[in-house]
Design a protein around this ligand. Structure first.
Ligand code: PFF
Length: 444
């Protein structure tokens, strides 16, 4: 076991850092528009099912591999599976790099919107200017700013940087989002918003496409399929009760996504902007909501500030975890110092964000590639790894959790259920994603 490896200073430090990774733009940006587009509460139910049966077993698998090996992803896979598994670890790192490159750009928009609320307020013409806000030198500038802060925190270390940030910021996020949900309930349009969000159209979810969306979202939202939770698990001691922590992390992630929906939809319906939700992946959050805030006057400014501040916080703690995957790989693999690793990896990823900062089309395709190919493919690889290749995953999971009796069921899910669902979903997702990539090169 690697001696001198950094460790979380407390159980709650690990849980909050992992929840910080999970809770992010995915909960508030992707979850709300996916739900709106795919059958409301029916989609929420499907999403919960996929999370429980497919994603949570993979989450436990990741932390089991991480804690057991005390290594970053590439080495962790080689530790239990031999060198043949190293390429999968490389794909994990590539996924982290790709996601953070465009995630930082979107996070940059949230910083800008929070700044707008703070310094001038929103104006109702914001919808028409979105393309300019989202693309170009300004978008890159805010991406750079956001990445600078992320790099600084990761350079600070596991306990002093990552853990401390999560301990301070995550409670703040919980308070803001719950407060906003309570406020949203008092609005005139709240009932219509809830009805839209929570009425179930089961006919819409009976398609492979929607299952793909739900699975992609479950993996993205829980930071799975690219070794992120594995890396966080590698800073754990052997006394941790992994099933309990896993359940807590998943519950917090789903809870924040659900409550964020209770904020977003009443706000949109209160101002009669519901016809403007769909269509674009960024529609609900970055176009419709700021317009709602603009029309609400001074109150809108305050509410908008809190809303976008919570997005900045969510994005920051997630970006930290994405960068940490790459940084811990460089530390373990090249023997680099943490500061050097954070700066080098962070600078390279920031540069990779340039195409996404200049084109929404590129950003959208990067998001599709990351989710549909990397994360779902990574989840498939992980389920096969722990289900079939790793010698004694149950023995490893039992450490610190001797009383748990359902580990055989967990392994059976990883063996027979998770790979089948993911293979099915990938069959739908891969051709579509490849044609989106192709379209980007020939279509523009
Ligand atoms: N879970 C984050 C979110 O929902 O915004 C995004 C993310 C973070 C994905 C870390 C993957 C990851 F490894």
């Amino acid at each position: 076991m690697a001696s001198g490896r950094e460790q979380w200073s407390s159980r709650s430090g690990f849980v909050l850092a992992a929840v910080g990774s999970a809770v992010g733009l995915g909960n508030m940006w992707r979850f709300s528009y996916l739900t709106a587009e795919n059958g409301g509460a029916a989609f929420v139910i499907l999403y919960l099912l996929v999370t429980l049966i497919v994603a949570v077993p993979v989450l436990l698998a990741e932390v089991v591999i991480g804690r057991g090996s005390q290594q970053s992803p590439i080495r962790a896979l080689a530790h239990y599976g031999g060198r043949a598994w190293r390429p999968v670890g490389f794909v994990f790192v590539a996924a982290g790099v790709t996601i953070l490159a465009y995630y930082g750009v979107i996070a940059g928009w949230t910083v800008r919107y929070a700044g707008m609320a703070l310094f001038g307020g929103f104006d109702s013409g914001i919808a028409d200017r979105f393309d300019d806000i989202a693309q170009g030198a300004d978008a890159f500038g805010f991406h750079l700013l956001f990445m600078g802060v992320t790099i600084g925190i990761v350079a600070g270390g596991v306990t002093k940087g990552i853990e401390r940030t999560a301990m301070v910021l995550m409670p703040v996020l919980f308070v803001i989002v719950s407060g906003l949900a309570v406020y949203a309930a008092t609005l005139d349009g709240a009932a219509a918003g809830y009805a839209y969000y929570l009425s179930a159209d089961f006919s819409q979810i009976l398609s492979l496409e929607v299952l793909t969306e739900a699975s992609g979202q479950a993996f993205f939202s829980l930071s799975l399929g690219m070794g992120c939770m594995l890396t966080f698990g590698s800073y754990l001691g052997r006394d941790t009760h992994l099933p309990r922590e896993t359940a807590l992390i998943a519950a917090a992630d789903v809870g924040v996504a659900f409550v964020a929906g209770l904020v977003v939809f009443p706000l949109i319906f209160a101002l009669g902007l519901s016809d403007k939700v769909g269509g674009s992946t960024v529609g609900a959050l970055f176009i419709t909501l700021p317009q709602a805030f603009a029309e609400m006057g001074p109150i809108g400014r305050g509410v908008g500030l809190l809303f976008f501040a919570s997005l900045v916080v969510g994005a920051l703690t997630s970006a930290i975890s994405l960068l940490e995957v790459v940084v811990s790989t460089a530390i373990d693999g090249f023997g680099w110092e943490r500061r050097r690793a954070a700066l080098t990896a962070g600078a390279a990823i920031t540069a990779l964000g340039i195409p996404a900062a200049w084109s929404l089309g590129v950003l959208d395709v990067m998001d599709q590639v990351a989710n549909n190919l990397f994360l779902l493919g990574g989840g498939l690889a992980l389920s096969i790894f722990v289900g079939w290749r790793m010698e004694d995953p149950i023995g490893e999971a039992k450490v610190g959790a001797a009383g748990v009796t359902w580990f055989p069921m967990w392994r059976n899910l990883l063996r027979y259920v998770v790979p089948v669902v993911l293979a099915f979903v990938l069959y739908d997702a891969v051709p579509k994603t490849l044609s989106a990539v192709w379209g980007l090169f020939v279509g523009e």
